[in-house]
Design a protein around this ligand. Structure first.
Ligand SMILES: [Zn+2]
Length: 801
C-alpha cells in the first residue's frame, strides 16, 4: 500500500517538479558572466545575486559582475543571469514558496515567490522561517543542479563546489520547486549573545566566542538554513505557552497553578516559567478562551504546556484525571489529564469559531497515548509530536492516530545533542522521519544546537531528508561523503563505525533507564546520561579505531580541500578522545577514587586552545553547560579561568538525587534507598528508615567553606505521616587546620502536616573553620517508619554589614 503510494507520489513529483530539458550548450566560465538585478530590487533579490556570484567565482568563473537590467547586453556569448525576473511572457501566478529557473539560450532567469517585509534587515529576513525567499531558493536550486554545490555546514568552509572551466546548460529548460510541507524546519537559532555571553566566565579566555563572532555565526547559520531551502509556508506560533502566566495571575489566582509536593501552588520564582496549570480547574479553561477571544479569536492558538518536569499539579481533582496503572509513579503517565483538558478547551472554542485549531505538544510525560481519553475534536487540534530517540515513531503516531490525532507535525529534540562524541545517530534520525512520514505530516521542526561539530553530518542529513524526500539515506550519505573527494569511502566507514557504536550505546542507555526506573523527557537528555557514565559507553580503543580508519585517507592523493576536511575530522576525533579521558578522570573524582583529573583537564584545555580555529565550536555551551559539572571538579581549571564565586548566585552544594544518584552523600546505617515514590524537587528523594534509637542516615564530607562568611543551608523533608519517626536531625560539624572538629549547630525537623516541608539555616563560619561535614540523623521510631530528604542546598550569602 505504502509502496504503491510512493511510486504514485514519485510520478507526480516528476511531473510537477522535474524540469524539461532540450539540447545542451557549453559556456566557458572564463568568459565574462553577467548577473542582472532590477534597480530598487528587494533585499532578497540583491542577496540572491551576491550568492550566485560568490558560488560562480568559487566554481572557477574569472569575472562576474552584478549590474542592472537596463544595461544593454549585446554579445550572445555572454552568459547572463536575470535575478528576480521571469522570462518574457511568463504570466503564471506563483504558489507559496515557489522557486523557478528557466534557461533560454544564454539567458538564465531565476525568480520565485517572495514574501518579506521591506522594513527588515537581510539578517532579520533570513532568520524568520516564515519569510518566503523564492528567488534565493531558485538560485540555490540552480547551483545544486548545475554545479553540484553542497552546503555541508554553515559558513564558507562548509561550501563544497568543485572547480570547472565550463558550464553545460540546455538551450531551453524550465525548473520549478515548491516547499514540500507547510513547515520544513531544522532550528538554527542558538548562536545568540543573550544566551552565550552570560556563560563566558566559565570558559577559558582564549576560547570565548566574542559578541561579533557570535553575530557572524548566527548570520551564517541563517544563510545555511536558506541554502538548504528550509522555512515555513506561513507563520505558525507555538512553544511553551504559559511562561508569563505566573507573573500575570500568580498573586490573584494561585489556584490556577499546579499544586506541588509541599501543598503549595506554584514553583519557586526561578522556575516560574515552568509552572504548570491546574488542569481540572475550569476557570483555567475559561481564562484561556478569554485570552484567545481578546486577541480576536484567531484560527490558530498556542496551548503547549510549559517545559520541564517540575510543577505538575498534584491536587486531588487533577490526580483523579490520571490513569495510572498499579505500581506506576506520578511521572509514568500524565497524558489523560492533558487530553481531558484540551478537549474541554476546544469544546468551548468551537462554539465560538468552528474552524479554530489549538496547537499543543505531545511531549514529556504526556507523550504516551491516553488510556481513557480520546481526541474529541480531531479537526481542531494540531499536535507537535516529540518522540524520544529510541522510541518507535510509527508506533507512537499510529497509537495517537487511532485516538483521534489528525493534524500532526514532528517536533523532535534529536539534534539537541551537545557533545564532543560522534553519536552515530544520523541513520536513526532519517528512519524515524520516514516512519513519521507514513502519516500525513503537517511539517517538521527539529530543535538543535549550535557549533557542535560532531553534529555536522546529522544536521546535513536532517535538512536534506526534509526537503529532498525522494532521496534514500545512502544517497544523502554519499552526497555528504563525496565532499571529501577520494577519501569519501574512508569517511563513510568512519561514520558507519560510530553508527554501530551509537546504536549499541542507545540500547545501553535504555537498559540503564529501566534499571533505575527512570523516564527521559526527550532525546536531549541522552547526552547528560552518557556523560555521567562515559566509561560504560566508550573506551579509548573506540576513538583510536576511528582515527585508524581516517588515517587510511591520508595515504590517498587528495585535493587540497578534501585534505583539509579530512584533517579536520581527524582533529575532531582526537578531540573526542581527549574529552573522553577528561570525563573518565572527573567521574573517578566524583566517586572519591584515585584520579588524574588535573592533568587530563589541562591536556584537554590546551588541545582546544591549539585547535580552536580548526574546530570552531561554541565553547561557552560546552564548558558552561554540557561539561560544567566536570570542569568545576578540577582545581587547576578553576584557577586557570580565575573563577570568582558569584555570591547569591552560585550554589556550592546542590543535591536533588534525581540522576538518581547520591550526589556525593554517603550511605550510612539508616539509609534505605533513593526512591521515586515521593520527592519535593523533580522525581527522586532519599529515604531513611527509623530504628529504636536515633541513627545516622546520610553524611556529606569535606564541604569547603571560607572562614567568616555567611552561608545559607536548606533542605526539604517529608515527615508528616502517622508512621514516621519522631524527628530528623541535621548535625553540622566544622573542622579547621588543627584537625580538631566541633559541632557548629544541630537542626531538628519534626512532623508537620501531610506535605513536604522546608528547613533553612543561616550561619556564620567561625574564623578557625574551613571544612564542614553534614550528618542527617533519623530520630527514634518503629520498624518500617521512614523519612524522606530532598533538595539539599548550601550557598554563600552576602555579608550583611
Ligand atoms: Zn490541579
Amino acid at each position: 500500500m505504502f509502496k504503491k503510494l510512493f511510486v504514485l507520489k514519485y510520478l507526480i513529483f516528476l511531473i510537477l517538479f522535474g524540469s524539461t530539458i532540450l539540447c545542451a550548450k557549453e559556456f566557458k566560465l572564463d568568459n565574462n558572466i553577467k548577473i542582472l538585478i532590477r534597480k530598487n530590487c528587494s533585499t532578497i533579490d540583491k542577496f540572491a545575486a551576491e550568492e550566485l556570484k560568490k558560488h560562480l567565482l568559487l566554481a572557477g568563473a574569472k569575472k562576474c559582475d552584478i549590474g542592472h537590467v537596463d544595461k544593454k547586453i549585446t554579445s550572445p556569448l555572454v552568459l547572463t543571469f536575470y535575478i528576480g525576473q521571469a522570462y518574457p511572457g511568463f504570466d503564471k501566478k506563483l504558489q507559496n514558496t515557489e522557486a523557478r529557473y528557466a534557461i533560454r539560450g544564454n539567458k538564465v532567469y531565476l525568480w520565485g515567490e517572495n514574501r518579506i517585509s521591506s522594513r527588515l534587515t537581510l539578517k532579520q529576513i533570513l532568520g524568520i522561517p516564515s519569510a518566503r525567499c523564492g528567488t534565493l531558493s531558485a538560485v540555490y536550486a540552480f547551483l545544486a543542479d548545475k554545479l553540484a554545490v553542497k552546503w555541508i555546514r554553515p559558513g564558507d568552509s562548509g561550501i563544497y563546489c568543485s572547480k570547472t572551466s565550463t558550464l553545460n546548460l540546455a538551450d531551453t529548460e524550465d525548473y520549478k520547486w515548491v516547499m514540500p510541507m507547510n513547515m520544513c524546519g531544522v532550528r538554527v537559532y542558538w548562536w545568540r549573545n543573550r544566551l552565550i555571553q552570560p556563560l563566558t566566565r566559565f570558559t577559558p579566555e582564549k576560547l570565548r566566542c566574542s559578541v561579533d563572532s557570535v553575530d557572524e555565526h548566527s548570520l551564517q547559520d541563517f544563510i545555511w538554513f536558506r541554502r538548504m531551502r528550509l522555512g515555513t509556508k506561513s507563520r505558525i506560533r507555538y512553544g511553551h505557552a504559559f511562561g508569563k502566566w505566573w507573573k500575570k495571575y500568580g498573586q490573584i489566582h494561585p489556584e490556577w497553578f499546579g499544586m506541588n509536593p509541599n501543598g503549595k501552588r506554584g514553583l519557586p520564582i526561578r522556575y516560574s516559567k515552568r509552572n504548570k496549570l491546574c488542569l481540572s480547574n475550569n476557570q483555567v479553561v475559561d481564562q484561556i478562551i478569554k485570552e484567545w477571544q481578546e486577541k480576536g479569536a484567531p484560527e490558530r492558538w498556542n496551548i503547549c504546556p510549559n517545559d520541564g518536569s517540575l510543577g505538575y499539579c498534584r491536587c486531588e481533582d487533577c490526580m483523579a484525571l490520571d490513569c495510572r496503572k498499579k505500581g506506576e509513579t506520578f511521572y509514568d503517565h500524565l497524558t489523560d489529564r492533558y487530553v481531558n483538558f484540551w478537549n474541554r478547551i476546544v469544546g468551548k472554542a468551537v462554539k465560538i469559531r468552528p474552524d479554530v485549531k489549538f496547537i499543543t505538544y505531545v511531549y514529556s510525560y504526556y507523550r504516551f497515548p491516553p488510556r481513557r481519553e480520546k481526541i474529541k475534536y480531531p479537526d481542531n487540534m494540531i499536535l507537535g509530536m516529540v518522540p524520544m530517540m529510541f522510541e518507535d515513531n510509527e508506533k507512537m503516531f499510529k497509537e495517537w492516530q487511532e485516538l483521534g490525532a489528525k493534524h500532526v507535525f514532528l517536533r523532535p529534540n534529536d539534534l539537541c545533542i551537545s557533545s564532543s562524541f560522534f553519536m552515530g545517530l544520523e541513520k536513526r534520525i532519517y528512519d524515524k522521519f520516514k516512519a513519521s512520514m507514513r502519516f500525513k505530516l503537517f511539517g517538521t521542526d527539529y530543535d538543535g544546537g549550535c557549533g557542535i561539530r560532531t553534529l555536522d553530518f546529522a544536521y546535513y542529513i536532517t535538512a536534506r531528508m526534509i526537503v529532498d524526500q525522494e532521496k534514500s539515506f545512502e544517497e544523502l550519505e554519499n552526497d555528504y561523503c563525496s565532499t571529501y573527494g577520494k577519501a569519501a569511502p574512508v569517511v563513510k566507514e568512519f561514520y558507519a563505525y560510530y553508527r554501530k557504536l551509537g546504536e549499541t550505546n542507545l540500547k545501553k542507555v535504555a537498559s540503564q533507564l529501566t534499571l533505575k526506573n527512570r523516564q527521559l523527557l526527550d532525546s536531549s537528555q541522552l547526552i547528560p546520561e552518557i556523560l555521567r557514565n562515559t566509561h560504560l559507553y566508550y573506551s579509548q580503543d573506540d576513538f583510536k579505531n576511528a582515527t585508524e580508519i581516517l588515517e587510511k585517507g591520508k595515504q590517498l592523493k587528495l585535493d587540497q580541500n578534501s585534505k583539509k576536511r579530512l584533517n579536520e575530522l581527524i582533529i575532531l576525533n582526537e578531540h573526542a578522545l581527549k574529552t573522553y579521558d577528561f570525563l573518565v578522570e572527573a567521574q573517578k573524582k566524583q566517586l572519591g577514587r584515585k584520579n588524574n583529573i588535573e592533568s587530563a583537564a589541562k591536556a584537554l584545555v590546551k588541545f582546544r586552545e591549539k585547535e580552536s580555529k580548526t574546530i570552531d565550536w561554541c565553547w561557552q555551551y560546552l564548558f558552561a553547560r554540557t561539561e560544567k559539572t566536570y570542569w568545576l571538579l578540577s582545581n587547576w581549571y578553576l584557577k586557570y579561568i580565575n573563577l570568582k564565586i558569584n555570591e547569591d548566585k552560585d550554589i556550592l552544594l546542590w543535591s536533588s538525587f534525581d540522576l538518581p544518584a547520591m550526589d556525593g552523600w554517603r550511605k550510612r546505617a539508616q539509609f534505605s534507598k533513593i526512591t521515586n515514590k515521593t520527592a519535593s524537587f523533580d522525581q527522586f528523594s532519599v529515604e531513611l528508615t527509623a530504628s529504636r534509637k536515633e541513627g545516622l542516615g546520610i553524611s556529606y564530607h569535606g564541604f569547603k567553606v571560607e572562614p567568616g562568611k555567611i552561608y545559607k543551608l536548606s533542605y526539604d523533608y517529608l515527615l508528616g505521616k502517622e508512621n514516621s519517626p519522631t524527628y530528623l536531625r541535621l548535625r553540622c560539624v566544622g573542622r579547621g587546620n588543627q584537625k580538631k572538629s566541633r559541632v557548629l549547630f544541630n537542626l531538628y525537623s519534626r512532623k508537620k502536616g501531610k506535605y513536604w516541608q522546608s528547613e533553612e539555616k543561616t550561619f556564620k563560619v567561625p574564623a578557625d573553620i574551613n571544612n564542614i561535614t553534614f550528618y542527617f540523623n533519623v530520630g527514634p521510631g518503629r520498624k518500617g517508619q521512614v523519612v524522606n530528604i530532598d533538595k539539599i542546598s548550601c550557598r554563600i550569602i552576602k555579608d550583611k554589614k
